[in-house]
Design a protein around this ligand. Structure first.
Ligand code: BG6
Length: 485
């Protein structure tokens, strides 16, 4: 629990604040993880007073299924922390009211749940209104820019007023309990750690599939696409957690330093190999869980006759370092796919010589790390079939480890609870450094340029499928296939 911390949420009436931030803060309070003195201010441009704001938060929380049973005592405590401050973010002079709210010698955290175009102006106005000192922290939501150049601009604008030590860039995947568990799995288990390289591993698959479409964000999403929306941040962060070298400690600088090295070791996908290494897809109409869904071009908000924007990406990625030379990482992510699943599959090499012909082709051990849903690990192994008649025939069996631990916390905390807690503690280990952002944009920009250069069109896939057939070919060309249960 951190003392003397106040939190100011810009965009307090927006979607993110309502769906994630206020429920997460309430849960932290319920768990006794907010210090008694912590105050929370919601900032937005609507002219309402604190009492109305508090009432809105109350109904919001009561309507949030994850909150579960309503606890009047927790609410009484939480509601006392809440304030509302009306500011039009574009009006410098309006920031003076915030200055009056701030109390000397308390650390203020500014959470910008606003469009990124406002990051620079808000920081400037905060500074001009004397709301920033060397202890103030700022939290930024993705997307940080649209490419390397624009992200440098955003980081530069924010960096004029906040030092890198005080900037917390969110990638909510890092707040997921199971993503953090990758560190424990890899670095607390000698058995796994000692076999985590090209001598034992054949290839790795990382899948982040969603059943949702673009959720009413057509105009935004059509300028962004799945590479920028999911790969540049979440998938590359997962890749880092899976493939980075062991940090020398769990300090933020050590972990982030290893991630940067990994991102810089990604082999660029240039024009001459882009068709072999990358697939773009766009969903057409189809069925998900027995219900019909429209295609991307029929989504609400679509005003174009055609779009070459991708809603699906599959990639073959190489990491040019000693550990991973020769081990491809296959990444795929898409909207409107058959199931919602995020998982990492480690496929081990086959034995050098097979004694058990009947398991040929199936013998590779696989470690399946399910990040969501049904969080857990499965290890596919081969064992002897229980049989008197057969001498020594084998079969595939699975060892299961459920991440959900009934003896630990009785629920898996939402990513934003963890992230807000870490910002309040002042620990950056789950936040993305400027160097990481630069390196991941540099790599993605190169791929986007290759797609543009070669004028690669999107391949159509039916909603409710696992993506375009080209993505199957991408992996099958290497004699491998996507892992599907
Ligand atoms: C967001 C993307 O960052 O992550 C969304 O902008 C995507 O398009 C979402 O749906 C997926 O997050 P999660 O936690 O549901 O896997």
């Amino acid at each position: 629990m951190s003392n003397n911390i106040d939190l100011v949420v810009f965009g307090a009436r927006g979607d993110l604040a309502r769906r994630k931030l206020f429920p997460a803060l309430y849960q932290l309070d319920r768990a006794g993880l907010l210090s008694d003195s912590t105050r929370i201010a919601g900032v937005a441009r609507e002219a309402i007073d604190s009492a109305a704001f508090i009432q809105q938060i109350e109904s919001l929380l009561k309507d949030t299924p994850e909150i579960g049973e309503w606890d009047e005592k927790v609410w009484a405590k939480f509601s006392r922390r809440l304030h509302y401050i009306k500011i039009d973010f574009s009006q410098k002079k309006e920031f003076a009211v915030l200055n009056q709210w701030i109390v000397n010698r308390r650390t203020v955290i500014y959470y910008l749940a606003t469009p990124p175009s406002l990051f620079g102006p808000i920081c400037k106005h905060l500074n001009d209104a004397d709301c920033v000192d060397k202890t103030s922290r700022i939290v930024l939501e993705k997307p940080i820019g649209h490419d390397l150049e624009s992200s440098e601009q955003v980081n530069g604008d924010v960096g004029k007023y906040f030092s890198e030590r005080n900037i917390y860039r969110i990638d909510h995947y890092l707040g997921k309990e199971t993503v953090q568990n990758l560190l424990a799995l890899r670095f607390a288990n000698r058995m796994i750690n000692s076999q985590w390289d090209n001598s034992c591993i054949d290839h790795v698959q990382i899948t982040a599939a969603e059943t949702v479409g673009i959720e009413g964000r057509w105009t935004y999403y059509d300028k962004v696409g799945q590479l920028r929306d999911m790969v540049q941040n979440h998938l590359l962060q997962l890749l880092c957690m899976v493939a980075m070298e062991p940090p020398s400690s769990l300090q933020a600088d050590e972990i982030r330093g290893e991630k940067v090295k990994l991102l810089r070791a990604l082999r660029p996908i240039d024009e001459d190999r882009v068709e072999e290494y990358a697939v773009r897809g766009q969903y057409s109409a189809g069925w998900i869980s027995g219900s019909p869904v429209v295609g991307y071009m029929q989504e609400e908000g679509c005003e174009s006759d055609s779009s070459n924007n991708e809603t699906y990406v599959a990639l073959k990625v190489h990491i040019d370092n000693w550990r991973w030379a020769g081990v491809p990482f296959y990444l795929r992510t898409g909207k409107r796919m058959q199931d919602k699943v995020t998982q990492v599959v480690i496929v081990y090499k086959d034995n050098p010589h097979s004694l058990f012909p009947e398991t040929d082709g199936e013998a590779n051990n696989k470690l399946v790390i399910r990040l969501q849903p049904n969080e857990g690990i499965q290890l596919e192994m081969v064992s002897k079939k229980q049989s008197l008649k057969e001498r020594l025939s084998t079969e595939k069996r699975t060892l299961n480890l459920d991440f959900f631990d009934s003896s630990g916390d009785s629920r898996i905390a939402d990513a934003y609870e963890r992230l807000l807690l870490e910002v309040m503690k002042g620990d950056q280990w789950l936040f993305v450094s400027r160097d990481e952002i630069d390196a991941s944009w540099r790599w993605c920009d190169r791929l986007l340029a290759s797609w543009r250069g070669k004028k690669i069109p999107t391949k159509s896939y039916s909603a409710g499928s696992w993506g375009p057939s080209k993505a199957e070919i991408l992996i099958e060309n290497d004699g491998r296939s996507w892992y599907e249960e």
